[in-house]
Design a protein around this ligand. Structure first.
Ligand SMILES: Nc1ncnc2c1ncn2[C@@H]1O[C@H](COP(=O)(O)OP(=O)(O)O)[C@@H](O)[C@H]1O
Ligand SMILES: [Mg+2]
Length: 322
């Protein structure tokens, strides 16, 4: 289990991580999603004791990393695949890591095999492709057979086979009961591997919810209306709303109305009945990707209340300023 409590990290004027609170549970893959600069790598470094929080807590199995007696056996991480001495062979690199972490040397050929680098184990890492370095980094993360695995953008630089391989691996690690925390800046990527999503934008928590809940909350198709008479139309639409079929109206970013729960024909007819002029009216198929970009790139905060299953109330149009 990984825990962040009001975790905050500032670098001068920049708040890289802003009062983040979450728990990452065993037995599932948790995707850590956010655009570049959202604070994912910083959060991971804080959890792994490579940086000190400005305030708040970052815990591994309930303790700060520095207090773990055998850290490499509790948590393994791939943070920066380039951080390997180029003159060393893959095998020598892993042997050095094993020595440093108090891990038996027999783990080295095991993890080389797991990541498919056995054939090139004696080659210098300097000649490795980015994809091979990613595999080596993952081998390093698995060396101590840890119950928690943290991978920062593990599919960056991988070809399609490599990407599929990482997906299969993280699934297997979670199925074995491990805590798996994997970052990505791509919704399309985490959507394929994650059971749970922790979404950040501008260092802040945007959502923490099971993937199906996020899909339900964020993939809602809506009708976009531009009208000089928003009030009578809104009132009329709200009168149509019932417990069976709730209709909600939210203001859009550019003054338009976003209508959820009604189709364009209904909205048009309602406008006619309400005497509201309509200048634009269309259906917008909301994609998870677009909702994610809307929410994180604007650095708005998506309400994420505490609760076991996490929350994903409201929809993409529901915003709360910072
Ligand atoms: N060591 C550092 N010194 C100064 N600023 C940093 C440092 N590390 C990260 N930052 C800043 O913190 C923010 C979050 O960065 P990062 O955690 O790398 O985001 P992500 O991994 O989501 O792309 C960025 O604005 C970045 O420039
Ligand atoms: Mg990063």
């Amino acid at each position: 289990m990984l825990t962040a409590r009001e975790l905050t990290k500032r670098y001068g004027e920049t708040t890289a991580v802003d009062t983040l609170t979450f728990d990452i549970h065993p037995g599932r893959v948790t995707g850590f999603l956010g655009p570049n600069g959202a604070g994912k790598s910083t959060t991971m470094r804080l959890l792994l004791g490579l940086d000190r929080p400005t305030s708040g807590k970052a815990l591994v199995n309930g303790r700060p990393y520095a207090d773990l007696p055998w850290p490499a056996r509790e948590v393994g991480a791939l943070l920066d695949a380039a951080a390997v001495h180029p003159g060393r062979s893959a095998r020598a690199h892993l042997l050095a890591l094993a020595r440093g972490g108090g891990i038996p040397q027999r783990r080295v050929p095991e993890v080389l095999d797991t990541v498919g680098l056995t054939e090139v184990a004696r080659r210098r890492v300097g000649g490795f492709s980015l994809g091979m370095r990613q595999r080596l980094g993952i081998a390093g993360a698995l060396l101590g057979d840890p119950g928690i695995v943290v991978l920062d953008e593990p599919v960056n630089g991988l070809d399609l086979d490599g990407v599929r391989w990482v997906r299969g691996l993280v699934r297997k690690l979670a199925d074995e009961g491990r805590t798996v925390f994997v970052s990505s800046h791509l919704m399309s990527e985490v959507q394929l591997v994650a059971d749970q999503l922790v979404v950040v934008g501008g260092g802040r928590l945007v959502a923490d919810a099971p993937l199906p809940e996020l899909i339900a909350a964020w993939s809602r198709t809506r009708v976009v209306v531009r009208t000089p008479d928003p009030d009578p139309l809104t009132a009329c639409l709200q009168r149509r709303s019932g417990p069976e079929r709730p209709v909600t109206v939210e203001p859009g970013a550019d003054g338009e109305l976003l209508v959820y729960g009604a189709d364009p024909e209904e909205v048009g007819d309602t406008a006619h009945a309400a005497g509201a002029r309509v200048h634009t009216l269309y259906r917008e198929e909301a994609s998870l990707e677009r909702a994610y970009l809307d929410l994180t790139e604007a650095e708005v905060r998506y309400p994420a209340a505490s609760g076991k299953s996490g929350t994903a109330q409201g929809g993409a149009g529901q915003r709360e300023g910072r």
